[in-house]
Ligand binder design. Sequence first.
Ligand code: LMR
Length: 405
Amino acid sequence: QADVCPQAAEDPLFGLMAAYRKDTSDKKVDLGIGAYRDNNAKPWVLPVVKKADDLIRNDPNLNHEYLPIAGLAEFTSASQKLILGPDSPAIQEGRVASFQTVSGTGAVHLGALFLAKFSKQIPTVYFSNPTWVNHNQIFSNVGIPTKTYPYFSAETKMLDFEGMISTIKQAPAGSVILLHPCAHNPTGVDPTQEQWKEIAAVMKERDLFPFLDCAYQGFATGDLAKDNFAIRYFVEQGFELCVCQSFAKNFGLYGQRAGAFHYVVASASDSSEAIKRIASQLAILQRSEISNPPAYGARIASKVLNDPQLFAEWERDLRTMSGRIIEMRKALKAELDKLGTPGTWDHITSQIGMFSFTGLNAQQVQALQEKHHVYMTKNGRISMAGLNTNNIEYFAKAVDDVVRN
Ligand code: LMR
């Protein structure tokens, strides 16, 4: 193996994180990875997570035994209700198989692996252009061919809805369409509810399979129940589909790897048999890949999801995060307006979620890093949570400099 294994490129996002850590400048600004930071640029342990953590730690019955293959049952059932809605017909009719996974990445992988093994023929998966950097390699690794559909208009810096719909319309029946149900990564641009309805109608007509990857529930509108609109709508339309769910961002449980995968079958006389067969195969895949999922982060999320008082506290913590990000959007736009930076910057405040797709090009991004110690991905994405009242003026001036020069 040693002589046939070629050198691979470093992961762009984790490489960026390493470069930031090495930089000794006291001016450095980290706008790379999508992880929430407080106004002092520090990681934030949600107060409700701290509370749940204390309760679990002090429980005399706590042990470190294996979880079942499908994970912690009270975690997966609460996750299901959160993402599909508590009154989801699919849950009520027992048409959902849910597995706890190694966060969102593990969920996407489990879904991709299942589709690679159990589709009538290997489908092609269509990603938005652009999409989360990891999607392509997760699907390619299991032998699923990938294509893209237009998503972001460089001109308007908003959704290219016409391009998106016309490409989806041409996808062969049985293709998998990967969609971000809310707070699209990396663009911060989501379809409206009317547009979601149109996407669903086209996919129904063309017999396409929705693969819904939701890593930012609570970050788009600040309201958990509103952010799952697209998922609820697709389920109501009677699709067979899968949903990937991450608790990394909305609980700040990044390193704990808490997430879930849900497979939903359409309502039919044999749907309870079908979902049992699907769950049995998912269990084999999960067992062979990770045996059973990590327990601690799921225990924390489960404690909060299953306790109405803690749940309400969580919603407040989420609003703290999404509220600060919105403030930073306004502040950045105001700073750039004040400087008269060439170009239009309205998209900074109209985009939503954790990220802004600034429109800065690769050269400008490189200059920001080399000249100003600002770290962001090459595609011009910034994690808004990396901005705060201490560095926003500095960042705006740095942007102004690279845009002008
Ligand atoms: C991101 O896009 O920054 C996050 O989803 C982190 C990751 O794992 O890529």
